[in-house]
Design a protein around this ligand. Structure first.
Ligand SMILES: Nc1ncnc2c1ncn2[C@@H]1O[C@H](COP(=O)(O)OP(=O)(O)OP(=O)(O)O)[C@@H](O)[C@H]1O
Ligand SMILES: [Mg+2]
Length: 268
């Protein structure tokens, strides 16, 4: 099926077997209200993600990372190119700001996607219990968001993204606003959830450190209009320990390599 030009091919099988996501020659432009001014947000973005793979994207501010993720989520149209996602349902998305509904309890927030789908109360309860346990929120099931810390709210967002078991999880700097220690804890939790669930994850971060901690592969983007300038394999064995990783010389060699790419990549 040819999905070229402003089509997102959900449930369109990528060309190669085993691929969950295929992005070819993606171009995205934004027009101002008058239509006079064009911002080219992404230019010729190409990458693939295998099923069950954890891929991180790093790149300078404004290079088009969120735009690419929003296109994958079906929240934004592309100008040209092809996007194929091997799934019948849209991906789940976790945004930079914890997006919890303040009038609902933690459990109700997590259950929200299920209640929209009309899943029975009993099934909702079972699934929510599982997710609360997985994200360490069981004790706070009946709390309201204002009673939670930033890290806990972000855990609610992660639990909600996982609750209806989508194949693909898109995360846009989900831990960006958190202190480093909380971030480490959530990275470790996310890794263990991912190891258990086998989801395909695309995770955007500003932190080279975070990308190397989490990913199987790190994609590096150029300044706007963004394109992928490097695709680096991260060799650390799984399961990973986010602290122990820092004893590995390869961690620092890769950190240097990514920073070199970010620092020397020219404005386009
Ligand atoms: N809705 C929009 N309307 C117009 N321009 C937009 C819109 N969304 C993004 N842009 C522009 O597209 C470019 C890429 O934005 P995007 O949010 O994808 O960057 P980013 O890489 O996620 O940056 P950051 O790391 O700061 O989050 C920017 O120049 C931005 O101004
Ligand atoms: Mg962004």
């Amino acid at each position: 099926m040819n999905l070229a030009h402003s089509q997102i091919g959900r449930n369109a099988v990528p060309a190669e077997p085993g691929l969950a996501i295929e992005v070819r020659n993606l171009v995205k432009a934004f027009y101002d209200v008058s239509g006079d001014r064009i911002t080219l947000a992404a230019a010729d973005v190409n990458f693939t993600v295998r099923r069950g793979e954890f891929v991180c994207i790093v790149g300078p501010s404004g290079c088009g990372k969120t735009t690419v993720l929003r296109i994958l989520a079906g929240l934004e149209q592309l100008l040209s190119g092809e996007v194929r996602i091997d799934s019948t349902v849209p991906p789940a998305m976790v945004f930079q700001e914890a997006s919890v509904l303040p009038w609902l309890t933690v459990a109700q927030n997590v259950a929200f996607p299920l209640s929209l789908k009309g899943v029975s109360r009993q099934k909702q309860r079972e699934r929510v219990d599982e997710l609360l346990q997985l994200t360490g929120l069981t004790e706070f099931a009946d709390a309201r968001p204002h009673q939670l810390s930033g890290g806990m709210k972000q855990r609610v967002s992660v639990a909600r993204a996982l609750v209806d078991d989508r194949d693909v999880l898109l995360m846009d700097e989900p831990f960006g606003a958190l202190d480093e220690q909380t971030r480490f804890t959530l990275q470790q939790e996310l890794l263990s959830i991912w190891e258990r669930t086998g989801k395909t994850v695309v995770f955007i971060t500003h932190s080279v450190d975070e990308a190397l901690t989490l990913a199987d592969r790190v994609l590096v983007m150029s300044p706007r209009p963004g394109t992928i300038i490097a695709d680096l394999a991260v060799p650390f064995e799984r399961p990973r320990d986010v602290v122990e990783l820092r004893r590995d010389k390869r961690f620092w060699d890769l950190t240097y390599e990514v920073w070199r790419l970010l620092a020397t990549s020219p404005e386009r």
